[in-house]
Design a protein around this ligand. Structure first.
Ligand code: ZN
Length: 184
């Protein structure tokens, strides 16, 4: 037997990929030959995470929950975050692009434009705050790099895009829904 039975192991603090809580757990399983390989049981949700000094599976989904999203956008946003947690970065970037395109169309942009046209539409129509314009330039540059082919994307690319999408969706959907007069 290579793995121990569940026992008390050296405690490690981590963000649980299942419940999102920051926890410390000294309960789990230990690899007999390689002490860096450990499975920690989350004390909050009881789910097992495989953690070494280099990786954690399942990973942690970046970004935060957003209120008042339309169902289709909410599903895409959730899938994009989970893709990052699963290290599916190119998939996450493509999902974020789809979110931005759907969002622009829902805010009146014409159909069948390019991804960059939609980002430009959101910026030109006041959906990006003045100090967020640097983001638009950054995303345009990234988009140009990948215009003619679907380029493999890394962790930084997907996490940056999730952050941008989160900011936009909060401005477009969540904040307006919290104005007292708009509440049902
Ligand atoms: Zn948990």
């Amino acid at each position: 037997m290579v793995w121990s039975n569940q026992q008390n192991i050296r405690s490690r603090s981590f963000t649980c990929g299942y419940c999102g809580n920051v926890v410390a757990s000294g309960v789990g399983f230990l690899h007999h030959n390689d002490l860096d390989k450990r499975v920690h049981i989350c004390p909050h949700c009881d789910e097992p995470s495989y953690i070494t000094s280099k990786k954690q599976v399942p990973g942690v989904a970046p970004g935060n929950e957003i209120a008042a999203l339309p169902d289709d956008i909410e599903a895409l946003y959730k899938e994009a975050r989970n893709s990052v947690a699963a290290s599916a970065h190119t998939g996450a970037v493509l999902l974020c692009r789809k979110i931005l395109m759907n969002t622009a169309v829902s805010q009146g942009a014409p159909q069948n434009q390019s991804f960059l046209d939609y980002v430009q539409y959101l910026a030109d129509n006041g959906y990006v705050p003045p100090k967020g314009k640097g983001w638009v330039d950054h995303i345009r540059k990234k988009g140009n790099e990948a215009t003619h082919e679907i380029k493999a994307m890394g962790k930084t690319d997907s996490e940056e895009l999730i952050l941008f999408v989160e900011m936009l969706l909060k401005f477009i959907y969540e904040f307006p829904s919290k104005i007292p007069a708009n509440k049902p």
